[in-house]
Design a protein around this ligand. Structure first.
Ligand SMILES: C[S@@+](CC[C@H](N)C(=O)[O-])C[C@H]1O[C@@H](n2cnc3c(N)ncnc32)[C@H](O)[C@@H]1O
Length: 217
């Protein structure tokens, strides 16, 4: 079956990445570095909730897409003590910053961070138990193609969690709800199963996290 993103409605949390929004979509230079530090401080509550939903087990092999500051790579690798955590981010500035935050785990080969995009993930088929991305999916211009790539690297029965807290100007609770519906539809069209949407209020508007699993066959 050939799937194309052009038939989908745009993500309600998406906006044209210009000005400061461009930095959140792909941090560059010293400003990008500062934005990474800011994200590490400001996004803690949101991240801790999403990571709870992942129910990380000690042996899990986990991929984070768009790790930004790398704070969540650290949180997840502290739980997957016997496992492995990989991360990809398209910003080389974030790869450096996240590398500094996770030096010991990288040296111990429990964490690996690479500069790469979600449309071409540098890992083998069926490698990961769990994949998550927080405030990244609204930047995808071809979301269905990305989901097929995520499916490729997930094991059968593997878990995908996509969380978004809308940060567009004037975002409301309705933007969050519509974003949840958008993500549920995206996972359904991509063939994920057991799809559910969780919501948590974190100032200034609710975060939605949509979870789904790949087919066990
Ligand atoms: C808004 S930040 C969120 C960072 C982190 N997940 C958090 O919640 O604090 C988005 C991050 O995703 C990365 N990113 C955006 N689109 C990407 C893509 N298609 N492939 C890989 N990384 C991407 C950006 O470079 C940036 O570091």
């Amino acid at each position: 079956m050939s799937l194309s993103s052009s038939s989908l409605e745009p993500c309600p949390a998406a906006c044209k990445p210009s000005g400061i929004f461009k930095q959140f979509s792909n941090p560059t230079g010293w400003l990008g570095w500062c934005i990474g530090q800011l994200m590490a401080i400001k996004n803690r509550e949101r991240s801790e909730w999403v990571i709870e939903l992942l129910q990380v087990r000690p042996n899990d092999l986990i991929l984070e897409v768009g790790f930004g500051s790398g704070a969540d790579i650290g949180r997840v690798s502290a739980l997957a003590t016997q496992g492995f955590v990989a991360g990809i981010d398209r910003s080389d500035v974030m790869v450096k910053q996240a590398g500094r935050r996770n030096t010991a785990a990288i040296q111990a080969k429990r964490v690996e961070l690479q500069c790469a995009t979600s449309s071409s993930i540098p890992y083998d088929n069926a490698m990961f138990d769990k994949i998550f991305a927080i405030n990244v999916a609204h930047f995808w211009t071809e979301p269905l193609e990305v989901l097929m790539e995520l499916k490729r690297v997930l094991k059968p029965g593997g878990l995908l969690a996509l969380a978004i807290q809308p940060r567009i100007p004037n975002a409301t609770e309705s933007t969050s709800q519509e974003t949840g519906k958008y993500l549920v539809n995206l996972l359904a069209v991509a063939g994920f199963e057991q799809i559910r949407c969780e919501t948590k209020y974190v100032k200034p508007v609710s975060v939605v996290c949509v979870l789904g699993t790949t087919n066990l066959a």
